[in-house]
Each structure stands twice: as C-alpha cells, then as structure tokens.
Design a protein around this ligand. Structure first.
Ligand SMILES: Cc1ncc(C[n+]2csc(CCOP(=O)(O)OP(=O)(O)O)c2C)c(N)n1
Ligand SMILES: [Mg+2]
Length: 316
C-alpha cells in the first residue's frame, strides 16, 4: 500500500468510527463520555504513522484518533466504549483512558496535563536504560495553562531529553478562548527561548504533518533536544458529546465552514482520486465500514465485567 493510501486508511478509520459513535450514542448503551476528534484526525494519524512502532505515546481524553491509528483495531475499542469485559481495559477505563501498551499507547487521561510528566519520565528512562524509543506526548492548548506543563517542559529542556511535545491547539479549553487564558501572544515564541526546537503549522494535510513528525523525530535524536510541535485544528463538535454546538454563543458556524473547506479526510481523498486510485479508496472505505459494523455488533453482544473484576487492576 502506498504511503498516501495508508494514511487515508487511518484517517477514514478514525472518521468512520467517530460517525458510528455519533449514530450509536443516542441509544444510551455507550455510557462513557466521549470527546470526539472530528476535524482533528490528521494530527494523530500523521504523527503516529511517522513515528511508528518505535514510539511510546501519551495523550489526553481526546484520544480516539491516537488509539485507532496506533492499533488499527476496533474490537477492543468499541467493547471498551460499551463498558464490556472484552474492552481494551476490561470495560473499566472508558473512552477517556484508552491504552494499548502493546502498540505503544502508554497512557491517556481525563485530567488535563497529567500524561506530560509521564512522558518526560519515559524519556529520562530511555536515556538511563539506553533504549532507543521515540517518546511522543499529545496535549491540548488548555494544558499550557497548567503548571505541570511548564515544570515538565522545563525539565525536558534542562536534561536535554530527545522527545516530541505536540500541542493540539483548537484555541479552546473547553469553551474559553486562548486570548482570555494566556498572557502571551504565541506559545512557540515563548518556548523557542528554551533549550529546544519549535515548529508551528496550521495545516490539515496529513502528508505535511507526517513529514513534519519525521523531521521532528530525526532532529530530536540528532540534536538530543526536545522538539515542540504547535499544530492547529478546528473541533467540529461540542467539547464532549456527539452534537454540534454552534448555537452556544462561543463560536460561529462561519468558522466551521472555513475549516471544512480543508477537511483532512476530504483533502487526502481528493489527492488519491487525482492519482487515479478511486477503486483503492472505495476498497479501503468498504473494508473499514465492515470492520466497524462487526466490532459494534461484537461489543453489544459481549458480557459486562464480573463483580469480581471490580478491584482487579486497581492500585492503592
Ligand atoms: C487538571 C484539570 N483541570 C480542569 C479540568 C476540566 N477540563 C476538562 S477539559 C478542559 C479543557 C482542556 O482543553 P484542552 O487541553 O485545550 O483540550 P481540548 O478539549 O480543547 O482538546 C478542562 C479545563 C480537568 N479535566 N483537569
Ligand atoms: Mg483546546
């Protein structure tokens, strides 16, 4: 499979799984809150594809794209959303704490900023143990408002840890604009004064993000420094849940219309069609749809965890 098609397969998987959740959610069998990444897919897909199997990844509650592009699997994914024993964490983690350590997804969390120090610790362990993992942490622009971001980032810069920080900036946390939260004009301008490399890009083109992540991985390793990628996207749906929220007064549909013109899935599909790969595109789409339908049916039929499972995996 060509790179362009492989990237599209992952984009389409994230998009279609999201659309399936939107369709299923009103039936109230999925009880976990869902923070959907409609509009944002190119970031997780581009970065995960570039870093690949050698990476250890950390993220936030808006993690479906990360999980799906690292694992390409949907059985454990949907079972987890339905709270079933066959889920990625036995049905006890829900959407906000998806992990797949066997595929490099080490941790995601509902608590803003909390996986950033975990990633810095992993980068330090990487150095001490002389392992050669690429450490990547994703967080929203809201994490920049937390002390833990600054302490962790500073530590990575002091220790010159080669790792990649990715700020997925949608300008909102959850409904408050950056201008009302941040006392500085642009984060990359502030961070470029640290011992690190910074890049900023507003693209929704998955291939551009893929190239940027490849470059970030190489530079971090060559220069033994943290790399900060500031990437932008527009959240199409409400902060949490499956609906649009343009009637809430904090943003307008005009903004959505502007960003939808460069929707990441449409852009990549168009590129493939221009390469005369229409047949391959529809094969990928059909395969993904069948996979998602099958996984949802399996998840619905699966058992809930036993009462005895309640205290398993609990650390206290
Ligand atoms: C430590 C902490 N403080 C507050 C919250 C409540 N909270 C949930 S989501 C959110 C906004 C986070 O925004 P951002 O990091 O930009 O992520 P986005 O939802 O935009 O992807 C906040 C403040 C929380 N979960 N954790
Ligand atoms: Mg945000």
């Amino acid at each position: 499979m060509t790179l362009s098609l492989a990237l599209y397969q992952k984009l389409y998987l994230v998009r279609w799984a999201t659309e399936a959740i939107r369709k299923e959610y009103p039936n109230d069998q999925i009880k976990t809150p869902v923070h959907l990444s409609l509009g944002e897919e190119a970031i997780a897909v581009g970065v995960c594809h570039a870093i690949g199997k050698n990476g250890l990844f950390y993220g936030t509650y808006r993690n479906h794209g990360l999980y799906l592009s690292l694992t390409l699997e949907t059985d454990k994914f949907f079972a987890e959303l339905y709270g079933k024993r066959t889920g990625a964490s036995g049905g006890k983690a829900g959407s906000m704490h998806l992990t797949a350590p066997e595929s490099g997804l080490m941790g995601t969390s509902a608590v803003v900023g909390t996986t950033i120090p975990m990633a810095v610790g992993a980068a330090f362990a990487n150095r001490v143990r002389r392992t050669d993992k690429a450490i990547v942490v994703f967080f929203g622009d809201g994490a920049l408002d937390e002390g833990v971001f600054w302490e962790s980032f500073n530590t990575a810069c002091v220790l010159k840890l080669p790792m990649i920080f990715i700020c997925e900036d949608n300008g909102l946390a959850p409904h408050t604009l950056k201008v009302d939260r941040q006392g500085y004009p642009a984060i990359h301008k502030v961070l470029e004064r640290f011992n690190c490399l910074t890049f900023r890009n507003e693209t929704t083109d998955v291939e551009e993000i893929h190239s940027l992540a490849l470059k970030a991985g190489l530079l971090a390793r060559e220069q033994q420094l943290p790399v900060f990628l500031h990437l932008h996207y527009y959240r199409y749906l409400e902060h949490v849940g499956v609906n649009e929220d343009f009637d809430q007064g904090y943003r307008t549909r005009d903004e959505f219309e502007k960003w939808y013109k460069v929707d990441p899935i449409n852009l990549q599909r168009k590129r493939l069609v221009e390469m005369n790969l229409e047949k391959e595109v529809s094969d990928v789409e059909n395969q993904v749809r069948e996979q998602v339908d099958r996984s949802i049916a399996l998840a619905k039929a699966a058992p809930f965890p036993d009462k005895a499972d309640l205290f398993k995996g609990v650390w206290s």
